[in-house]
Write a protein that binds this ligand. Structure first.
Ligand code: PLP
Length: 459
């Protein structure tokens, strides 16, 4: 397993130090680590992950955060500011997602701790909002995020996996229609999905959902704060939000293209009654009456303040400006791919694109790009690699560098087409289902993220 980080440079704490370390020493160490780690993405060669990358913006958010970092939003009488920030984050997001089109309804929302949490709250709400269904199920295109499977696993909601066309990546609508049964509480669509950046046919899914009297969750975790502005800029993106009849919930991650700090997302409801169905309260506990709107108990007021600050300081014009740069950069990076006949884009992507090759293993391209500092995400069935374009890629020179490194990568892959790719190997262990060894390997990798044992034996 991996070496324990910073083993040779900084003291390893197996026990809490008896005497505290000076604040200055701690801060110096942390700023050293963070500036070294930032180098990995600052020049724009890392897919996704760092959506904003603007250190001045981060400094501003950290300042906003610091005013309320220690505040617990459960105690609303002590922090009316948290109520203002949260309600306005939800209202601004609902408005951005077209909720004003919902005439006879009362939209609502929740601020959660991230995309997976927004999705989990949605799955829980569909289960709780359908109390007559004993074992609920939802229908998810294969390309929808694993967070739906995770939520289904946690809450006892089955996920039926709808197949997608291998070339266009469009979900098989006929399969969806035929697979709805009496226990189906909602359909799922992505705008766009994380793997390929393609937007599901939301209007068609909405029509099916309306016809069958069930819900439709649109996963805008990634695109929720980008596609609305792409549409305003005239990009060919079909409506995917609350203006589409049948859409009942949407997730949009403030901690991605909302350019807020990590740890927030919005789950938006076409009608607040579905949101209200998943509340938890315990009124007869000896410790007092307890209620919380979502799954978390205590939450930091700082994250609400920083998220609000991001939205209000950038404004629609700020988001639109960044969206323009991202869409233009993505189009230029896709053009570079299209200039190579041996490469093929997967489906019709948006700001995030995925590509493969029918002539050689695309992981050979990834092998070469890695040597040039690019950090892409690998995919399988078929092997492909994807790039989620973020603001660091919009810096001058990145597209040019991509274009020339990709051309060299194609030459490398063509020359080595009969050799196995190095970067494909990490997926080899789990290809074709879970063997006992693969299961053990994955558990060991996860444990390694949290444990010292790997390289620092406990005394
Ligand atoms: C990131 C993402 C998620 C999950 O969000 P987290 O913030 O990582 O929990 C869900 N769906 C899509 C499309 C995403 O991109």
């Amino acid at each position: 397993m991996s070496r324990f980080p910073y083993l040779d440079e900084y003291e390893v704490h197996r026990t809490m130090p008896e005497e505290g370390t000076s604040r200055q020493e701690i801060l110096t160490m942390m700023s050293d680590m963070s500036s070294r780690e930032n180098v990995v993405w600052e020049d724009g060669r890392c897919s996704g992950t760092m959506y904003c990358g603007d250190h001045e913006h981060y400094d501003f958010l950290n300042q906003a955060f610091s005013n309320f970092s220690y505040v617990n939003t459960l105690q609303r009488d002590m922090c009316p500011s948290a109520t203002k920030f949260e309600a306005e984050i939800i209202a601004m997001t609902l408005d951005m997602l077209g909720a004003s089109a919902l005439k006879d309804r009362q939209p609502g929302g929740l601020v959660t701790s991230g995309g997976s949490s927004s999705i989990a709250h949605a799955v829980l709400a569909y289960r709780e909002g359908n109390p007559s269904v004993t074992r609920a199920n939802m229908i998810k295109p294969e390309t929808a995020h694993p967070a739906f499977a995770k939520a289904g696993h946690l809450f006892g909601v089955d996920m039926k996996i709808a197949p997608v066309d291998p070339v266009t990546l469009e979900v098989d609508l006929e399969w969806v229609r035929e697979s709805i049964d009496a226990n189906t509480v909602a359909l799922i669509g992505s705008a766009p999905n994380y793997g390929y950046g393609t937007v599901d046919p939301i209007a068609e899914l909405g029509a099916i959902a309306l016809d069958r009297g069930i819900g439709l969750h649109v996963d805008g975790c990634l695109g929720g704060f980008l596609l609305p502005f792409g549409r305003e800029l005239g990009y060919d993106i079909p409506a995917f939000d609350f203006t589409v009849p049948g859409v009942t919930t949407m997730s949009a991650d403030t901690h991605k293209y909302g350019y807020a700090l990590k740890g927030t997302s919005v789950l938006a409801f076409a009608d607040h009654s579905l949101r209200n169905s998943q509340y938890f309260y315990l009124t007869d506990w000896s410790g007092g009456k307890y209620c919380s709107p979502g799954m978390d108990g205590s939450r930091s007021g700082g994250l609400l303040a920083a998220t609000w600050a991001a939205m209000v300081s950038l404004g629609r014009a700020g988001y639109r400006r960044y969206a323009k740069a991202i869409f233009e950069t993505s189009a230029a990076m896709q053009d570079a791919i299209l200039s190579h006949p041996s490469l093929r884009l997967m489906g019709t992507p948006s700001f995030l694109f995925s590509f493969t090759s029918d002539e050689y293993d695309i992981y050979l391209v990834n092998d070469f790009l890695r040597t040039k500092g690019w950090r892409m995400n690998g995919q399988q069935y078929p092997n492909a690699i994807h790039m989620a374009v973020t603001r660091p890629q919009t810096q001058p020179g990145v597209v040019e560098r991509w274009t020339s490194d990709l051309a060299d990568a194609v030459v490398y892959a063509t020359a080595h087409k009969d050799e196995p790719a190095k970067s494909g190997a990490i997926y080899g262990g789990v290809a074709g289902g879970m063997s006992a060894e693969a299961d053990e390997f994955i558990r060991a990798v996860m444990a390694d993220m949290m444990d010292h044992q790997a390289s620092v034996p406990l005394a």
